[in-house]
Design a protein around this ligand. Structure first.
Ligand code: ZN
Length: 215
């Protein structure tokens, strides 16, 4: 089963991917991890990618698509894969389609995790971490035992600098702008399986995702 995962930041894509990997045994391929692995392994494409990264430039699509192709040929992808973080644009989706045709593979599902922006803003801006023991809290969903105090006793929890409302809204608006043409692209091919995650627990979302994928 060949799947693409789509969803805004904070929607819980990582959590769902882990559950799907555990259920199906199909590997999750995150392009960030894949890039880092290729650079470390010093493959031909990895070296090319590194040259762009060292120069502070975006790795061009043809290099990324080459890396995805190499990855899909690996044995653990025989029964399927879950692609996360790629494609991000319609030209990338077109290249992926061509490459998969060449490999005689066909995309089965585009799993779209859909959560309303207001909830995403609340989820992300409520995150706090303890600088001493690494504990993670959410002011609404998993609050610390006493206000601004960790179970380990440390007073003063930290918020990641980019977890503030303004930055989150900017990230969401960029996500929508980038993703809506992709949803159209895959919608025309009848591949989009939308799972609504607003007001839902990760377990509920997983149940819906399984249904959507026919698992
Ligand atoms: Zn702590």
């Amino acid at each position: 089963m060949d799947i693409i995962l789509l969803g805004p930041p904070g929607a819980g894509k990582g959590t769902q991917a882990k559950k799907l990997v555990a259920l199906t045994g199909i590997p999750q391929i995150s392009t960030g991890d894949m890039l880092r692995a290729a650079v470390t392994a010093q493959t031909e494409l990895g070296k090319k990618a590194k040259a762009f990264m060292d120069a502070g430039k975006l790795v061009p699509d043809e290099v990324v698509i080459g890396l995805v192709e190499e990855r899909l040929k690996e044995k653990d992808c025989e029964k399927g894969f879950m692609l996360d973080g790629f494609p991000r644009t319609v030209p990338q989706a077109e290249s992926l389609e061509q490459m998969m045709n060449h490999l005689e593979r066909k995309l089965d599902h585009v799993l779209l995790l859909d959560v309303e922006d207001e909830e995403l803003v609340n989820r992300i801006t409520g995150r706090r971490t303890c600088g001493k023991c690494g504990a993670i809290y959410h002011l609404v969903f998993t609050p610390p035992p006493a206000a601004d105090t960790c179970t380990c006793g440390k007073k003063g929890l930290d918020q990641r600098a980019d977890d503030n409302e303004k930055t989150v809204r900017e990230r969401l608006s960029a996500y929508h702008k980038q993703t809506s043409p992709l949803i159209d692209f895959y919608g025309k091919r009848g591949l989009v399986r939308k799972v609504v995650g607003t007001n839902s627990t990760p377990e509920d979302v997983f149940a819906s995702a399984k249904r959507a994928l026919g698992l």
